[in-house]
Design a protein around this ligand. Structure first.
Ligand code: DX5
Ligand code: ZN
Length: 219
């Protein structure tokens, strides 16, 4: 898998959510990125499994669910039964990362680990055998529309290399989340990652379909 855009619903207009999902699906999106924030792990509050369940009813797209919450394992079952296809929690929030990754996998969905910009990529080494997805944060988690942190580009390359060296590059999807837009997307993909999460850089465009196409061909 490579060069996949995952539209982040955080920047969508929730008063017309069905339309906003259909627009990106018709433009060619295969997955959606869902940001769940608890007001503790990050200084912002969004929504939980109840809304994910409603989104699930609206679409058959792959739902990658990004938990920015404390004690994530307390809520895994709720998010899994609400319809998450990939469930991503934060390295910085979990007390037992291996156990949490294995639990999610045991439920026959993909498990993912997100790293804040300041977290060293080497923390992934211990879990490289079990990971399905790595989410590299290129902004501090919590809000859409922030500026891209350039330093994280090196980390993206390091993570691609790490997966390759461990013969896991074909099995692990590497995603990048935050500040991806027309001016940064090429440099992000050039590091070798597979998925770019795009929120404001897509949904705030005047013409969302046009922007999706522009992002896709940004060479
Ligand atoms: C930030 C979220 C992102 C957010 C990205 O904490 O995890 O998924 O939607 O938004 P943009 O693309 O606007 O930076
Ligand atoms: Zn996210």
């Amino acid at each position: 898998m490579n060069r996949i855009i995952s539209p982040s619903l955080l920047s969508a207009d929730f008063s017309i959510l069905k339309d906003q999902i259909e627009i990106v699906k018709n433009a060619g999106a295969q997955r959606l990125h869902i940001d769940c924030m608890d007001g503790h792990f990050v200084p912002n509050f969004t929504f939980g499994p109840f809304i994910l369940k409603a989104i699930r009813k609206l679409t058959d797209l792959h739902l990658e669910t990004h938990l920015m919450i404390d004690n994530p394992s307390n809520y895994f079952d709720d998010f899994i039964s609400a319809g998450a296809d990939t469930l991503i929690f934060h390295y910085e929030a979990s007390n037992d990362i291996r156990k949490d990754l294995e639990y999610i996998k045991s439920k026959n969905i993909k498990c993912g680990l997100a790293l804040k910009p300041e977290t060293d990529y080497k923390v992934l080494i211990d879990y490289i055998d079990v990971l399905d997805y790595v989410l590299v944060m290129s902004v501090s988690p919590g809000f859409g529309g922030q500026g891209f942190i350039e330093d994280t580009l090196i980390k993206m390359e390091q993570i691609c290399k790490l997966c390759l060296e461990n013969k896991r590059r074909d099995d692990i999807t590497i995603g990048v989340d935050g500040g991806v837009n027309l001016s940064t997307i090429k440099r992000v993909y050039d590091t070798g990652v597979d998925v770019t999460v795009v929120g404001s850089g897509l949904y705030k465009a005047e013409n969302i379909v046009e922007r999706f196409n522009e992002l896709q061909i940004c060479e």
